[in-house]
Ligand binder design. Structure first.
Ligand code: 13P
Ligand code: SF4
Length: 362
């Protein structure tokens, strides 16, 4: 196998050959060596914006996970952009097709449709606005677009749920119960107004009719396998051992951890929070390991800890490595592109409706 130095040289050669036609996007959870190759890095919201605003590029290599590449395809190839480019498409490449998201996989479109129908037997679905976290398949985003809903990211979940409540008195939020719950708790909605819909329950998602009738936000029973590893006892341990430490978490953490935190935010916001802090600040950060390790390296003037004694890394983000990036770029240059992510027109059309709302609401 090739060394990282050789792979880096090959990627740089491909970048040089493709010039402005190539845009490499990198999510903050990517490994350092991949992030170094990215033209732009960001959280989910910013990366969507970058794909939406891309000018000269004709190919985006997305160093992130599948739903992000789908979103980039939908936004970069929306009708107004295609017209600007005289019909020329932007190809979107996901360097390793196995880079999925276990949370997104917890909500299949068939399950969502079944739940919606079943729910309709108890409450009027005209009075529910569906909100999907961007960590979901394009088919779910299309469902949301068709039903008057919106896509949100971890950086605009509050504004997106408020947007939804301006339309209807109820919201259904999927797939991440934690982001939905943590955000709604900050809007004075209580846990007893937030039933959880379990797609594997025998009926009504495991809820009583009364619980659904009393609901404000119906949460889908999904979670992030990485962020669910952070526990309240980890917070207690850091507070005891390091007086003055600040706990900074991603809102995908469970409520019992989220409530103990001093600050929270998307990956982009976590980075900005650390950057803005004075030297000597102490942090225990609850988000993916690669990002926390990078923050440690970039901020030696601060004391940064990982908020868990066990390794919590995103195994699918980790699938993207220099070898897959080099291989996919060279295939593209050879005229035999692989790993293209192309959302079908009908799904793209309806997803776009919900994604454009996301980009308007901040
Ligand atoms: P953000 O970068 O938008 O905070 O998302 C985190 C995440 O889990 C991406 O999958
Ligand atoms: Fe999905 Fe969690 Fe990985 Fe993000 S960190 S891609 S939500 S599994």
């Amino acid at each position: 196998s090739l060394s990282n130095d050789e792979l880096r040289q090959r990627i740089l050669a491909a970048k040089q050959q493709l010039g402005d036609r190539l845009l490499i996007l990198g999510h903050h959870y990517q490994q350092d060596e991949v992030i170094e190759m990215a033209d732009l890095r960001g959280d989910s919201y910013l990366l969507s914006q970058m794909a939406a605003d891309s000018q000269d590029c004709r190919v985006i290599a997305f160093c992130g996970v599948h739903f992000m590449a789908e979103t980039a395809d939908i936004l970069a190839n929306r009708p107004e952009k295609l017209a600007e480019r005289g019909g020329e498409r932007v190809d979107v490449i996901l360097p390793d097709m196995a880079a999925g998201c276990s949370m997104a996989d917890m909500a299949a479109i068939e399950q969502i449709e079944d739940a919606w129908d079943e729910l309709g037997e108890v409450i009027d679905t005209q009075d529910i606005t569906p909100v999907t976290y961007i960590n979901s398949a394009a088919s779910l985003k299309a469902f949301v677009g068709r039903h008057g809903g919106i896509v949100c990211t971890s950086s605009n979940a509050h504004a997106a749920i408020e947007w939804a409540f301006a339309k209807t008195s109820r919201v259904m939020f999927f797939p991440d119960q934690h982001l939905g719950r943590n955000t709604a708790l900050g809007m004075n909605i209580t846990n007893d107004q937030m039933p959880v819909w379990d797609p594997y329950a025998s009926e009504l998602g495991g809820n009583t009719e009364q619980a659904l009738e009393n609901s404000k936000v119906i949460l889908w029973k999904g979670h992030c396998s990485v962020h669910q590893m952070f526990r309240p006892e980890h917070v207690a341990m850091f507070r005891e051992k390091h007086p003055g430490i600040k706990i900074l978490v991603h809102p995908e953490c469970p409520q019992e951890v989220f409530e103990l935190a001093d600050e929270y935010g998307s990956t982009g916001k976590i980075i900005k929070t650390v950057e803005a802090a004075p030297p000597g600040s102490k942090w225990a950060i609850g988000t993916e390991l690669h990002l926390v390790n990078r923050l440690k390296e970039e901020h030696p003037e601060q004391e940064i800890h990982f908020l868990s004694p066990v390794v919590c890394m995103c195994a699918t983000m980790y699938r993207i490595d220099l070898a897959h990036l080099a291989w996919s770029l060279e295939n593209y240059l050879d005229g035999t592109p692989t790993n293209l992510i192309e959302v079908d027109d009908e799904t793209a059309k309806w997803s776009l409706v919900a994604l454009e709302r996301m980009l308007e609401v901040k």
